[in-house]
Design a protein. Structure first.
Length: 910
DNA sequence: GTTGTCACG
DNA sequence: ACGTACGTGACAACG
């Protein structure tokens, strides 16, 4: 006997409303209110667990729920408009239900009640058990012995549900479900515009209907009714009573197309639903997905993982992979001692295709020995060497397979692609989709793209370092699984990532800029930059002499010795003991930052000494000593360029950071002399001239700004001329300098406070500058406003090339945070577009150098600057390439100009 | 690990 | 009344 089929019907607005008022105001990272959706889903899951329905439908009325829908308790008698925080969640829940494949029913002109009533009859007629979930007691009239009405009640410590079959209605209200309509006809309901009969309240209405069964019967026996007022009014207001009955009656024969087959419950834990939960921050619900998705198909992904322990088996697998039709072959690659300076050896490799994954690791010496001792054959024949793994990987690339890696730049140390389009970088793709994440581990990509829950590194290995896990025989299964998961995700995620990039208009950015850039950066890292070790050492020694003098002087002036590098101790000495004026507090004590000390320098020798001491120790520790530590065996420094770090799309540089080598102060700038071009070479250094302001001119299409650039004017002078209403030729240096600061401010997302601080003027004065600026460039002002408006509406800022930066701060309840969000919304498109442009230029310069067979190499980028180590004979050609490719990287309404210099070292090339 | 400071664009 | 210019990374101090 087949189990009884069960239909669950949900009153959408009513349950959403209950959830909204039952939960505190939850706001997700994007600033969306989510409490009602979240609560709705929890009620849905709970009810499904309890009722175990096989069919499910959610009904919504199309018309505004404030007007038509009968709300329970909270709304009774009041007609206040639906809260905006709730209204915005109506489309969200619909989107979620649709993503879960849940049947949604709406019909113009019908209330949810009528839909629910009609559907319950259809279900009942089909022989099903029906449950209607609603917060609205009016639905009790629909109860039968097959149709159950469930009403959630909010109680302390959770929700409880009251259930009513027909008999329960009778027990509770002394009337049958159909009689309940008549009760309502007498009693009325202001919330629903049902007038009822004056003078008859709930008690009286129930008594009358319990006695007579209907308003018609009661009307016939009007003279018998008590109290007399009811008897009189039921006659006097008879028409109104009959109208009320009509209004109160739920239509159970509404003309709707309702197909029970469409209501069948499939797998509601879909990828789309998962993504929505992720987007909206429903962490707890995600757990439910993990469990379900594990239950449904990933029950044991590890059963599809194999550990290949012989070279033969590994090579056979590579052979099969090479013949596979799989779109993307995923690879998990693990290197020993890899860095930008040196390609590590492959420790292990996992390859995944067709849903399976294979793991192979280079045999350790110990294993090689033991095998050699025990095996009868030639011993070395079937062992796996690091080079075997490398050959296998290269074989796949050579076979023209599409290969996906978590970190392609690292993989490039082990193989080469003849077609860059056949490689994929998961981290870079994931970064474009969500540049605010701090890292892009496999498990996050699996969760976001595949709705798959897999263990993280720490879940496998705890706090153990890579060296420990790869050499410990007990970890072999863990690392096999870990590597296979990585390969598996790499094979499955690219399609999803590409689809999302496409949807978000970033596919070209990925394929034509970021992906080729991986190759450019790899070559730049490999090339590195030469350093004169001895010169660096003597630079450091020179600093030490002066540092010691200063230190002595400071102790003498302070009257005691202390750690000058400790802001806490220094602050105490300067502002506490010596009682210097102008103290400013930080969380932990006095601030000793340069902008606090600077004004004091005029009057106090000790402050001058401290500032110089600071400057010199910075140069010594960060640059002299810091750089010496990272010189590789080849005498060069190989910085790592990070492609997945910044919120705006810029690159960053680490170990060491070569993007903050001193230049502003002469003494610091000297350090650039220790970076020489190699023998027979010069450095050619090109930097964009005011790229961000030019980008802004283009993006805003401000005619005055564009015109100033087209005429090749000094832009800061031109700005000063407009802002201060001074003829161009008569602009003073001071005015120009102020205008320059304003131009910078504009790019940062101007604030009067910030500008005032920068210029050392009052906030009012700064505001006047800003007002003057926007009066001079009105179009620019409108444009910046538009940026904020766009980001507020869409939740992100976007560059000329489609790169996005989310701006969740704009929806933050904190005023400061929102202000910050506004500046970000103004700055990100500008800084980001400039980043897009130089990335394009980098790829083009890199490719041109290769294509033209030049030996010169692009070795460094500093945001708006490219440095090419150039063979002397190639200088003219390199200059030309830089000029063409940098200027031609984007076609803007204003020309992109560059300044180019060359020299024997980095100092001379600037 | 966080904080304060400061180097760069 | 609040307390901000945008984006980074490295170092020393300190809990």
């Amino acid at each position: 006997m087949a189990e009884q089929s069960k239909l669950l019907l949900i009153d959408g607005h009513s349950i959403l409303n209950r959830a909204f008022y039952g939960l505190p105001d939850l706001t997700n990272s994007k600033g969306q209110h989510t409490n009602a959706v979240y609560g709705f889903l929890n009620i849905l899951f709970k009810t499904m667990e309890e009722e175990k329905p096989d069919h499910l439908t959610v009904a919504f009325d199309l018309s505004a729920p404030t007007f038509r829908h009968r709300m329970f308790a909270d709304y009774k008698g009041t007609r206040k408009p639906m809260a905006a925080e709730l209204r915005e969640q109506v489309p969200m829940i619909k989107e979620m239900l649709a993503a879960m494949g849940i049947c949604l029913v709406t019909k113009e002109g019908l209330e949810a009640d009528d839909l629910l009533g009609t559907m319950s009859k259809i279900g009942e007629a089909a022989g099903m058990d029906v449950t209607i979930l609603s917060g609205d007691r009016d639905l009790l009239q629909l109860a039968t012995d097959k149709v159950k009405i469930m009403i959630p009640k909010t109680k302390k410590g959770g929700t409880e549900t009251e259930s009513y079959y027909a008999k329960d209605v009778r027990e509770t209200y002394q009337v049958s479900p159909t009689e309940f309509i008549d009760v309502k006809a007498l009693w009325g309901d202001t919330a629903d515009n049902i007038p009822g009969v004056p003078g008859i309240g709930e008690k009286t209405a129930i008594n009358i209907i319990a006695a007579y069964g209907s308003i018609e019967a009661a009307h016939e026996h009007a003279e018998d009714l008590k109290p007399p007022r009811a008897a009189r009014n039921i006659v006097d207001f008879w028409d109104q009573a009959r109208l009320s009955k009509t209004l109160a009656t739920i239509d159970v024969h509404a003309k709707i197309d309702y197909d029970l087959a469409a209501a069948q419950i499939g797998n509601i834990f879909t990828d789309d639903a998962y993504r929505l939960c992720k987007d909206w921050g429903f962490k707890n619900i995600l757990l439910r997905f993990d469990k379900e998705s594990v239950d449904r198909e990933e029950k044991d992904l590890t059963s599809r993982f194999s550990h290949l322990t012989s070279r033969t088996a590994f090579e056979e697998m590579i052979e099969r992979a090479g013949q596979s039709q799989e779109t993307w072959i995923g690879a998990g690659l693990f290197l020993k001692d890899h860095s930008a300076a040196r390609a590590g050896q492959i420790r292990a490799l996992a390859i995944s295709f067709e849903g399976k994954a294979f793991f192979a690791e280079a045999d350790t010496e110990a294993r090689q020995l033991s095998l050699f001792g025990s095996e009868a054959d030639d011993g070395s024949g079937d062992l796996i060497q690091s080079t075997d793994l490398r050959r296998g990987l290269q074989a796949l690339a050579d076979a023209g397979k599409n290969l996906a890696f978590l970190d392609l730049k690292e993989a490039l140390s082990q193989l080469s692609f003849s077609d860059r389009g056949r490689s994929f970088d998961l981290q870079v793709a994931a970064y474009l989709l969500d540049p605010l994440s701090s890292s892009y581990p496999t498990e996050d990509i699996a969760r976001d793209q595949l709705a798959l829950s897999i263990p993280s590194y720490s879940e496998f290995f705890g706090k153990k370092k890579a060296d420990q896990i790869w050499e410990d025989p007990e970890e072999v299964e863990h690392r096999m699984h870990y590597a296979c998961y990585q390969a598996y995700v790499a094979s499955r995620a690219p399609q999803k990532l590409l689809k999302r990039l496409e949807e978000q208009g970033m596919r070209a950015l990925y394929e034509e800029v970021e992906l080729p850039l991986v190759y450019t950066l790899y070559d730049m890292e490999t090339a590195g930059i030469a350093v004169e070790k001895e010169a660096l050492k003597s630079y450091g020694d020179q600093l030490v002499g002066r540092i010691n003098e200063l230190e002595e002087g400071i102790y003498r002036e302070a009257g005691e010795t202390f750690n000058i590098n400790s802001p806490k101790q220094l602050g105490e000495v300067l502002f506490g003991q010596l009682g210097l004026p102008g103290a400013r507090k930080t969380k932990t004590g006095y601030s000793t930052a340069a902008d606090v000390l600077d004004p004091l320098a005029v009057n106090y020798q000790i402050v001058r000494d401290v500032l110089e001491f600071r400057q010199l120790t910075k140069l010594k520790s960060t640059y002299a000593d810091g750089l010496a530590k990272v010189i590789a065996d080849d005498g060069r420094i190989h910085s790592s360029f990070q492609q997945t770090v910044t919120a705006t799309g810029r690159l960053s540089s680490t170990e060491p950071n070569l993007q903050n080598i001193p230049i502003r102060m002469e003494l610091g700038k000297e350090i650039r002399r220790v970076f020489p071009a190699m023998e027979g070479c010069v450095f050619v250094d090109s930097d964009y001239s005011q790229i961000e302001l030019r980008v802004l001119a283009h993006l805003s299409q401000d005619p005055k700004l564009i015109e100033a650039y087209r005429q090749g004017k000094d832009i800061h002078r031109a700005t000063a001329s407009l802002v201060f209403h001074t003829p161009f030729e008569e602009v003073t240096d001071q005015q120009r300098s102020n205008a320059k600061a304003v131009n910078f401010g504009i790019v940062y997302g101007i604030s009067a406070f910030g500008l005032a601080k920068d210029l050392g003027i009052s906030r009012e004065e700064a505001q006047e500058y800003i007002d003057g600026y926007f009066a001079a460039y009105p179009r620019l002002h409108d444009y910046l406003d538009g940026l904020v408006e766009f980001a507020r509406k869409e939740g992100y800022a976007v560059t000329l090339f489609g790169r996005r930066r989310p701006v969740p701060e704009l929806k933050n309840s904190n005023f400061m945070q929102r202000q910050f969000g506004e500046r970000v919304a103004m700055n990100a498109p500008v800084q980001g577009t400039a980043a897009d442009i130089i990335k394009i230029a980098m790829v083009r310069v890199h490719d041109r150098l290769a294509k033209e067979g030049l030996r010169s190499r692009l070795i460094l980028t500093v945001h708006d600057e490219l440095l090419v180590e150039t063979f002397e004979q190639e200088e003219q050609e390199v200059r030309e390439i830089l000029d063409q490719e940098m200027r031609g990287a984007a076609q803007l309404s204003v020309e992109l100009e560059i300044d180019t210099h060359s020299g024997r070292n980095w100092y001379d090339a600037k």
